[in-house]
Each structure stands twice: as C-alpha cells, then as structure tokens.
Write a protein of this length. Structure first.
Length: 386
C-alpha cells in the first residue's frame, strides 16, 4: 500500500459535503483509497459492476435509508445511472434530518459519466476530487526513474520486472479500447482509436494538428477532434490550452496534447526499459509531460494551467495561474541536470512578467540562474506548489 497524499483532501471534502465524487482512470487506485477511508468510520461498500450489489439497490431509498449513519461507497456508479436521481432525494431528506455531510463516496472512471449525470441531479450536493496516478512525492526519491518509465498506475509501478509492467500497461490499453470506450462513447473502431492514441504518443507535447492526424487515419478532422475529446474525458489525454494575453504579440492558438501517464506513452511506443527510453526520440517530450502532470496534480484547486508561445519563438512550457496572492508561475522543463533555458524562455518571461519563474531539471539542487529565474528539482517543485 502506497499512501496517497490526496486521501486527506477526500476526507476533508466528506467532512463538508454530503457526497464526494472520486474520479480518475481505471486502475489508478480509487477503490483501494476508498477502502482505506472506510477503515476509519462505519461504512458499506457496493461494487455496482457486481450484479448482487446492483440488486441491493433495486429500491435505493429503502436500502440506503437503513445505512443513514454510514459512509456508503458506490463504485462504478455509471452502471446504475438512475441512481443519481434517487441520491438527490436521499441527500435532501438526510439534510433535513441532520445528516448533512459524509453520506456518499462515489467512484467513477471518467469525468464524462459523473459530470453529465450528477451535474443534472446533484448540483450543490457533491464535491469532486481527482485521483491522479502516483506522483513523484508519493514514491522514494530513488524510484523516480522507475516512476517515469512505468508510469503512475500502482500495479504497473510495483510490477516485479519491466517486462511485467509493460504487459500490464498493454492489457490496460486493450481494456479501455475494447470495453470502456464503447461504454462511455459512440462506437469507435478499436484499431482506429489505438492508432490515434499511438500517434499522440509519438507527438507527445506538440501542437494539435487535427487535419494531419485525420489524414493519417483516413477520417475527417472533426472526427479526430471528437475522438480526442473522448480520450480527454476518459482522463487519458491532456489538452493543454495556450495562454491568452494582450501582449501585442502573435500567439499560438492551438493546444498541446499529452498522453497523461508516461507509462502509457511508453507502452504505446513499445518502450520496455529505461535504456530504451533514454535512446528514444520521445525521451525529452515524455519527461516534459511527466513533469507537467506531476505539477498540475500538486497545484492548488482551481489552478489554471496553460503554455505560452509566440510566432517569434518566445515560449514557456507551463504557466500556472495560482490565484490569490500567489500569482502566476512560469515553468521551463529540462531533462538534463544543466538547467539552462534558451533565450525564448527569457523573452516569454519578459512578455508575461510572472510572479515567479523556474526551470525544473532532472537533479535535486536548487539554485538561482538569473535574478528572476530559479533552477529546482521536480520533487522540491511539487513541495513549493503543494
């Protein structure tokens, strides 16, 4: 069991809200975390993929009224979509009876199912918490390279060998293509979506060019965009938007795309060992995506993440608008131990005038690069954000 730092956030959300939606990709550890929380209080767990547990909720009001003093954990709730409407009445009745918080912990494998369904019936009654794959601050410092290679899905990270880890991730990809995609979205040929997913891995961290991807798949650009929308909703791909500012420069308007988990990026490209990764052209972009996911996960709630690029070549890999008094942080990402940003980064910093500017490198040292820019390791940068 690897302790998850998000656990305290889930417990805090349960203490102030009737229902909490814990969302994240399949196999990311939602059920394990839910069981750990359940150990701390009276609770009941229902796996709605199991017919027996679904049958218990044939009359949800009758069943759940018997457990009003317990935390009810509902796993894979998209299997019983009609339950959302019942939960609204149950929560409202519980509030009138004095049971205002900590009633339901709802687990879902995507944003698309929870937000569409609960948004209609549980508005004002539910708080969402995102559970990301393991991050650099949740593993030993010595395991950082393994985390980057294998990704943050616990079974993959903890596998006995690199070969076993790769097999697990390939099985994960097949499961999504053959089972989850047809469940959550329109009928899409599995082979077509796998090719698109692989193309996105090859083009990790590049500007989205839907027309070029569509040409390679023999489909239309709007179709490719809809496929990417689904992968984003399934929490498998990140679409990082460009930063918009009135700086008098021609700004890039296309988003960047990243396969969110580095281990899945490597599985799609058949990269098995760390030596294979270091010799692959995707090594640099993969590290960039790995760092971006770690930092966005660590950033405070409501942080706005984007990138900045002008037609003249000024560029910042990641901008984090933290709000309040923390302002905007600019982050350049370097795979090497030598944290030397290019002139384009300094030009972008002059354009944006961020509150703070950092270069995140592959080492552990923290030191000033210039009067306004600091070099910092990934783990310490996570600490600064969190």
């Amino acid at each position: 069991m690897i302790p998850r730092t998000i656990g305290a956030k889930v417990e805090a959300a349960l203490a102030r809200q009737a229902a909490v939606g814990l969302i994240g990709p399949r196999q990311v550890g939602k059920t394990t975390l839910a069981h750990e929380i359940a150990k701390t209080q009276p609770s009941i767990y229902l796996d709605l993929e199991a017919a027996a547990d679904r049958d218990k909720l044939s009359d949800p009001v009758l069943f759940l009224d018997r457990h009003v003093d317990k935390l009810v954990i509902l796993d894979e709730i998209h299997r019983v979509p009609a339950l959302f409407e019942a939960l609204r009445g149950i929560i409202d009745a519980g509030r009138r009876a004095g049971h205002r918080t900590g009633r339901f912990l709802i687990l879902g494998s995507a944003t698309i199912d929870l937000l569409r369904q609960s948004g209609e019936s549980l508005a004002g009654r539910i708080t969402y918490v995102d559970l990301a794959p393991l991050t650099a601050d949740e593993v030993d410092r010595s395991d950082l390279e393994q985390l980057w290679l294998r990704g943050g899905f616990p079974d993959s990270f903890l596998a006995a060998t690199d070969e076993d880890s790769l097999e697990l991730r390939e099985s994960f990809v097949r499961t999504y293509l053959e089972r989850d995609v047809p469940m959550f979205g329109p009928r899409i040929p599995a082979e077509t979506l796998r090719r698109l997913w692989t193309m996105l891995a090859h083009n990790q961290g590049t500007l989205l060019n839907a027309s070029r991807l569509a040409s390679g798949l023999s489909v239309s650009a709007p179709t490719v965009t809809s496929y990417i929308d689904l992968l984003v909703d399934l929490l498998l791909v990140r679409r990082l938007p460009p930063f918009h500012a009135n700086v008098g420069k021609r700004l890039v308007k296309s988003p960047k795309t990243y396969v969110r988990d580095s281990g899945l990026t490597h599985a799609l490209l058949n990269i098995e060992t760390f030596e294979d990764l270091l010799g692959h052209p995707v090594s640099g972009p993969s590290w960039e995506g790995f760092v971006i996911e770690n930092l966005i996960t660590a950033a405070p709630s409501r942080t706005q993440a984007s990138f900045y690029r002008t037609a003249a070549g000024a560029e910042i890999d990641l901008l984090l608008e933290l709000g309040d008094k923390r302002g905007t942080w600019a982050v350049e990402i370097k795979r090497s131990l030598a944290a030397k940003p290019q002139r384009g980064f300094y030009n972008a910093v002059e354009d944006i005038q961020p509150t703070k500017a950092f270069v995140v490198h592959a080492g552990d040292d923290r030191y000033p690069i210039s009067e306004s820019v600091e070099a910092v390791g990934l783990r310490e940068m996570i600490g600064l954000l969190s």
